[in-house]
Design a protein around this ligand. Structure first.
Ligand code: C2O
Ligand code: CU
Length: 481
C-alpha cells in the first residue's frame, strides 16, 4: 500500500526531525513523535569544541553536554533510547555493566553494524539490574573525547536508606588531538612528568603514559568547582563513576567516613573507609552523612600524575568553605581484596572452562595484547602483526574462569561485557567473592574471574584503558552449542 502524504505527516515521517523533537531527554508519556517507539531518552551525538582547561579541544557530546546526558531508569523498566549520530564518524553506544541481550550491547562489527553519520538507532531492552552504571561510545577513542555519561538504575525496592542521591562522574581531558597522542605513544612515549605525582595508597608509584590536562568532576574543571548543598543532616548516596579514558582516581571527602555499599553496581558488605581508588570504568556507591552546619571538600586525584580537582558537598545551612590545598588522603583506604558480597556468589554446578589470559605488551611500540592477539581496532596497525578476533568458546551452563596474568609494568582495568563476574584473588575462592564487571590487574600481578555462562552471544572482553583498547587489547567470549 502506498502511504499518502497526509498519513506520513500524521505519523511525523515527513516532519524535519530536528524541529519536531525536543532537544533533551523525553519523559515517559511525552508526545509520541516516533511512531510506536516512545523512547525515554533521545541522545543526539555531536562534535563540538569545548575548553575546560582553556585550550579548545574537539569533543564528542551526548545532548550537548560534557559528560553526556545522564540516563535514569528503574529496574524492570524498558531501556528505550534513540541514538542519533550527528557526528562525521560512525559510532555505537555501549551500556557498561548491563546484563542485556547481545544485539543491544553496542560493540561495532561484533554485536551491531556501526551507526553511520546522519543515521539513528533505537536501543530497546528490559533492565534486569539496579545500581550505578555508565555508557560510552565503543568506537575508536570517542569515549576519551567525551562521548560518555552516567547510567543510573533505581531499585523500586531499594534496601538502602538515604535522603539524597548524588552522582559524581569523573573524567579526564587530553588537549592534543587523540590521533596525535596515539602517534606519540607509538613513537616511543610522551613526556609525562613524574614531579609530585600521586602514588597508590600503598605508596607505590603508578605508571601512566598520557599527559592529561586535568580531570573533571561532573564536567567541572578546578577553575569552577563542582558544589552541592543538601538538607542539614542528610544521608547522601554518592554514586562515583570513573568515566575516564585511562585514569585511576583516588577519592576522598576531606577525611569523612565513607560507607562503601556497592562496587560496579553490585552490593557489597558495607565497609568504612576514608578514601578509595577507582580503576578506569569502575564505580562505587558510598553513603555519607552531612551534619548540619558542616561541609566536606571532595578531593579527586589522578594516580601517577600531579593532577587533582576539588568539589564541595555541604549542608545547606553551612557556607561554602572549600579547602583548596593539595589532597593528602589520610585515613583508611579501601582494600579491594577485602570486599565481600552480601550473599553466596558461588556458581551453580556446570562444566568448568578454564582459560589463562596473559596480558602482555611492549611500551616501546605501544603494543598491548591478550594471549598474544591483537583485536582489529582503530590503532591496531603494527608492522608484522595481523589483527584477529580471538574467541574463547563457552556453552550455556559452563562455569567459566579466566586466570589473568599481567606481564606488563602497567595496570589493566579488565572488563567483560554482558555478565558480572566473581573476583578471585590468587589462590582463593571464598563463597562470598564480590561481583564486579571491571577488575584491575596491577603491574606483574595476577587475578582470576569466574562467571556463569548464561547469556548467549559474542561478548567482548578487553582492557578499559582507552588507549590500550584502541591499540587492540581485546578478545571475546563466544557461546557455541
Ligand atoms: Cu565500558 Cu567494552 O566497555
Ligand atoms: Cu591495558
Amino acid at each position: 500500500m502506498m502511504l499518502s502524504r497526509r498519513h506520513l505527516l500524521q505519523t511525523g515521517a515527513l516532519a524535519p526531525l530536528a524541529a519536531a523533537l525536543p532537544k533533551k531527554g523525553l519523559a515517559a508519556g511525552d508526545e509520541a513523535w516516533h511512531a510506536g517507539a516512545d523512547p525515554r531518552y533521545r541522545l543526539r551525538l555531536t562534535e563540538e569544541q569545548v575548553a575546560p582547561f582553556g585550550t579548545p579541544i574537539q569533543a564528542r557530546l551526548s545532548n550537548g553536554t560534557l559528560p553526556g546526558q545522564a540516563l535514569r531508569f528503574t529496574k524492570g523498566e524498558r531501556f528505550r533510547v534513540l541514538v542519533e549520530n550527528a557526528m562525521t564518524q560512525p559510532t555505537t553506544l555501549h551500556w557498561h555493566g548491563l546484563i542485556l541481550p547481545n544485539l543491544q550491547d553496542g560493540v561495532p562489527d561484533l554485536t551491531q553494524a556501526p551507526i553511520q553519520p546522519k543515521a539513528a538507532l533505537y536501543y530497546d531492552f528490559t533492565l534486569q539490574q539496579s545500581g550505578t552504571y555508565w555508557y560510552h561510545s565503543h568506537v575508536d577513542l570517542q569515549a576519551q573525547q567525551g562521548l560518555a555519561g552516567p547510567l543510573i538504575i533505581e531499585d523500586p525496592q531499594e534496601p538502602l536508606a538515604y535522603d539524597e542521591d548524588v552522582t559524581l562522574f569523573l573524567s579526564d581531558v587530553v588537549e592534543e588531538p587523540v590521533s596525535q597522542v596515539m602517534q606519540g605513544l607509538k613513537a616511543g612515549g610522551l613526556d609525562v612528568s613524574t614531579e609530585g605525582v600521586f602514588a597508590q595508597p600503598d605508596g607505590k608509584p603508578f605508571p601512566t603514559d598520557v599527559p592529561y590536562a586535568g580531570l573533571l568532576i561532573n564536567g567541572q574543571p578546578p577553575a569552577s568547582p563542582w558544589t552541592r548543598a543538601v538538607k542539614p543532616g542528610s544521608r547522601v548516596r554518592l554514586r562515583v563513576i570513573n568515566g575516564s579514558g585511562s585514569s585511576y582516581f583516588r577519592v576522598a571527602l576531606s577525611g569523612a567516613s565513607l560507607q562503601v555499599v556497592a562496587a560496579d553496581g553490585s552490593p557489597v558488605v558495607p565497609v568504612e573507609v576514608e578514601n578509595l581508588v577507582l580503576a578506569t570504568a569502575q564505580r562505587y556507591d558510598l553513603l555519607v552523612t552531612i551534619p548540619s552546619g558542616s561541609g566536606y571538600t571532595l578531593q579527586v586525584a589522578t594516580l601517577g600524575l600531579d593532577r587533582f580537582n576539588l568539589g564541595y558537598l555541604h549542608s545547606s545551612d553551612s557556607p561554602l568553605r572549600l579547602d583548596s590545598s593539595r589532597p593528602r588522603f589520610s585515613g583508611r583506604a579501601l582494600d579491594t581484596k577485602a570486599l565481600r558480597a552480601p550473599w553466596d556468589t558461588r556458581l551453580p554446578d556446570g562444566p568448568l572452562k578454564r582459560f589463562k589470559v596473559v596480558l602482555s605488551g611492549s611500551m616501546q611500540r605501544y603494543l598491548w595484547q591478550m594471549n598474544g592477539t591483537t583485536w582489529p581496532e582503530a590503532y591496531a596497525d603494527f608492522p608484522g602483526i595481523t589483527p584477529q578476533r580471538f574467541f574463547y568458546e563457552v556453552s550455556m551452563g559452563d562455569q567459566v574462569r579466566f586466570d589473568l596474568v599481567n606481564e606488563t609494568p602497567m595496570a589493566h582495568p579488565m572488563h567483560l561485557h554482558g555478565h558480572v563476574f566473581r573476583v578471585l584473588e590468587e589462590g582463593q575462592d571464598p563463597a562470598d567473592a564480590p561481583l564486579r564487571d571491571t577488575v584491575s590487574v596491577g603491574p606483574h600481578d595476577k587475578v582470576s574471574i569466574a562467571f556463569l555462562a548464561n547469556n548467549p552471544g559474542k561478548w567482548i572482553f578487553h582492557c578499559h584503558n582507552a588507549w590500550h583498547l584502541a591499540a587492540g587489547m581485546a578478545q571475546a567470549v563466544r557461546y557455541v552449542i
